[in-house]
Design a binder for this molecule. Structure first.
Ligand code: PLP
Length: 260
């Protein structure tokens, strides 16, 4: 059995966060284990409230779980607060050395903060341990200070995540850009970096909730199944493109992805 662990926020709609990650893991044949970092009061139009989980309970959940059901890959999503992020970092110090995907969630698409800004230094430490970090353009800009409005700026941000913060690879997602939503994959290669622009096709589905969560979860599932990083990224992107094409209107103001 392949086991993956998601450490992320709860989204009761099932469109994003932990509940979406578990659906993605399931549809890719991976047993999902899950540690919530925060509860949210949320519907398909917005996040109404965030309640972080008590930080030492996050720590104990992770330690207790992985001692019994060691994952083959780990994904981090919303971490909510500096205290929770610190306990996650502490728990990972003694976790098995398996692939780690960090989705550096800062804000929901409605603008609600999903990570307090004073937690950014801890998030950066976690990125330094990541096999892959998957920021969208605003997250890449906040984390690196690069102007990501041009391709050169996106390349500078991707390289800064790898050479500056120490991730093994970065996937800077282009979905927030006008025009072609190409993603940039930066891979560490000895002392330098390889850059690959991955062509994306815009699926005109309107506002869809949780695409970033689904992508990082799908890549994590493929890594848990033993894929090499580049294959896992490629398969994860194709999985999300299919889920977007199959997405359906749900709730008052959104569309939900549909997984296989
Ligand atoms: N809720 C949780 C717990 C999340 O992790 C996220 C995104 O990462 C969201 C809500 C917001 O999803 P979206 O930005 O797609 O609305």
């Amino acid at each position: 059995m392949f086991v993956a662990l998601s450490i992320a926020g709860s989204d009761p709609t099932g469109g994003a966060g932990l509940q979406a990650d578990l659906q993605v893991f399931r549809s890719l044949g991976v047993h999902g284990t899950a540690v919530p970092t925060a509860l949210t009061v949320q519907d398909t139009s917005r996040v109404h409230q965030v309640l972080p989980v008590f930080p030492t309970i996050v720590l104990r959940q992770i330690r207790t779980l992985i001692a019994d059901l060691p994952p083959a890959a780990i994904k981090l999503g919303m971490l909510a607060t500096d205290d929770v992020a610190r306990q996650v970092a502490r728990a990972l110090e003694t976790a098995p050395a398996v692939p780690l995907v960090v989705d550096p969630v800062l804000d929901a698409s409605d603008g609600s903060a999903l990570l307090e800004r004073r937690a950014i230094p801890v998030l950066e430490q976690l990125i330094g341990r990541a096999t892959l970090v998957t920021p969208n353009l605003p997250e890449a800009s906040t984390l690196t200070g690069c102007d990501v409005s041009t391709r050169e700026g996106v390349e500078a941000a991707g390289c800064a995540l790898v050479s500056g913060l120490g991730a093994r690879a970065a996937l800077v997602k282009g979905g927030h850009r006008d025009g072609a939503p190409d993603d940039l994959l930066v891979l560490r290669d000895g002392g330098s970096q390889q850059l690959h622009w991955l062509e994306g096709e815009r699926v005109d589905a309107g506002p869809v909730h949780g695409t970033g969560c689904a992508l990082s979860a799908a890549i994590t599932a493929h890594l848990a199944r033993g894929d090499e990083l580049e294959h896992a990224v490629d398969r994860g992107r194709r999985f999300v493109a299919r889920a977007l094409a199959a997405s359906a209107e749900a709730g008052a103001r959104s569309r939900l992805l549909r997984f296989g």
